[in-house]
Write a protein that binds this ligand. Structure first.
Ligand code: ATP
Ligand code: MG
Length: 124
């Protein structure tokens, strides 16, 4: 399989959010799962937490940059950059509800010209 090109700093803000916001409000423990899977012409990276979740309507308005309750830029910045690199249909896919955690799917086309790997591959 080809190595998958991952645009710079696309996962870190999402994992940071799962740690930072996942614990908001409720439990003293939150599980975070990160999986990468081959899906034909794409690789899917899924970041999922079982924490606080959020109102999907508010999320939509944050991604549309209509509101920013915390002044945060993490989510919308990753979403914008993925759209810039891969096209408008490759923004973040987010499933969430209040109290129901958050599941974010990043879809990375495997055969996209012009996307460079971050870092070097070292033979093993
Ligand atoms: N995993 C998550 N669980 C619950 N709420 C989340 C999660 N990720 C994001 N959010 C909500 O979405 C909002 C926007 O996230 P975003 O990353 O853009 O901003 P931020 O984390 O507040 O600030 P920063 O710019 O430091 O990332 C957060 O303030 C939070 O309310
Ligand atoms: Mg954030």
């Amino acid at each position: 399989m080809l190595p998958v090109a991952l645009p710079f700093l696309c996962l870190q803000p999402l994992v940071e959010n799962a740690v930072k916001h996942g614990l908001e409000g409720k439990a003293d423990k939150c599980h975070i799962q990160i999986t990468a899977q081959d899906a034909g012409a794409e690789a899917l990276v899924v970041i999922e937490d079982d924490g606080a979740g959020m109102d999907p309507g508010l999320l939509r308005r944050i991604l549309a940059r209509e509101v920013s309750p915390t002044g945060g830029i993490g989510l919308s910045n990753v979403d914008d950059r993925l759209r810039q690199v891969y096209g408008d249909d490759h923004g973040l896919v987010i499933e969430t509800a209040v109290g129901a955690g958050m599941k974010i799917t990043v879809r990375l086309p495997k055969y996209q010209p012009g996307v460079h790997l971050a870092g070097r591959l070292t033979p093993r």
